[in-house]
Design a protein around this ligand. Structure first.
Ligand code: ADP
Ligand code: MG
Length: 255
């Protein structure tokens, strides 16, 4: 049973077909990687899924409910989360307060004062931080966190709304290889525990081949391949279009 169903999705910017007839689905508990060269249409696909953009045509449904025409907030309320860009959050607040802000955004209108925010659902915030291994950092200002910890905080914040589907656009960008694997191991644990589905984009082939249950490949807006890590690795069309002819994927652990 699929949670997310995407059919015949199109989105053009002027004459540029950024997303061109893309269809795929995603089951609960599944990690699906969306890969492709720069400009392939990955971020546009994400923005169509989270309500920031509307498709020219095609359908997107979550558990049978259409997401077409919904605002980002409505889509979020329906259970589609995404990792926050920490730059959009509050460096001067503590780690726990940032999670509280994420918890609070559902009832934001009720709480206008930071002082109130710092009391809001403190226990839930600490529980989320424990899930990502940040319990001991709860009282520190966010600005003092190491980069890998910031990324784990982003994950905790994205989990605040208990999403059924989590969208992660380049979650490990800027991280050292060991940290990337740690973040994705944590993501996998959360997926297993919560039955959430994850769609992520990623440049590191180590991460993609090591963590994705399935992979879809975009090139110039079109979906050129869809399969397991092994199928994608062996797909000559993918190797040509994505890496340039002659190159092949490194084996796992060598990328
Ligand atoms: P990716 O995330 O795979 O690098 P994008 O989805 O960002 O690719 O971009 C796909 C194509 O759409 C690119 O040609 C890009 O220049 C174009 N594009 C993306 N967003 C916009 C926009 N808001 N306005 C115009 N063109 C855009
Ligand atoms: Mg992008």
């Amino acid at each position: 049973m699929s949670l997310l169903q995407v059919k015949g999705l199109h989105k053009s910017f002027g004459g540029n077909r950024a997303v061109d007839d893309v269809s795929f689905d995603l089951a609960p508990g599944e990690l699906l990687a969306l890969i492709g060269p720069n400009g392939a249409g990955k971020s546009t696909t994400f923005n169509l899924l989270n309500g920031q953009l509307q498709p020219d045509s095609g359908s997107i449904s979550l558990d049978g409910q259409s997401l077409i025409g919904k605002t980002p907030r409505e889509v979020w309320k329906m259970g589609v989360g995404r990792t926050f860009q920490i730059a959009e959050t509050f460096a001067s607040l503590t780690v726990a307060e940032n999670v509280q802000m994420a918890l609070l955004s559902d009832d934001a209108r009720l709480f206008s004062m930071w002082r109130r925010a710092s009391l809001y659902r403190r226990a839930d915030a600490l529980d989320l931080l424990a899930q990502v291994g940040l319990a001991e950092q709860a009282g520190r200002p966010c600005s003092e966190l190491a980069y890998g910890d910031v990324k784990r905080l982003e994950l905790a914040m994205a989990m605040a709304n208990q999403p059924r589907l989590l969208l992660m656009d380049e979650p490990t960008a800027g991280m050292a290889p060991g940290e990337r694997l740690k973040l994705m191991t944590l993501t996998r644990e959360l997926v297993t525990k919560n039955g959430m589905a994850v769609l992520f984009t990623e440049h590191s082939m180590d991460v993609v081949f090591g963590f994705a249950d399935r992979i879809i490949v975009l090139a110039r807006g079109g979906l050129i391949a869809h399969g397991t890590a092994q199928e994608i690795r062996d797909n000559t069309k993918v190797q040509e279009v994505y890496f340039g002819s002659g190159k092949t994927f490194a084996r796992k652990g060598q990328a």
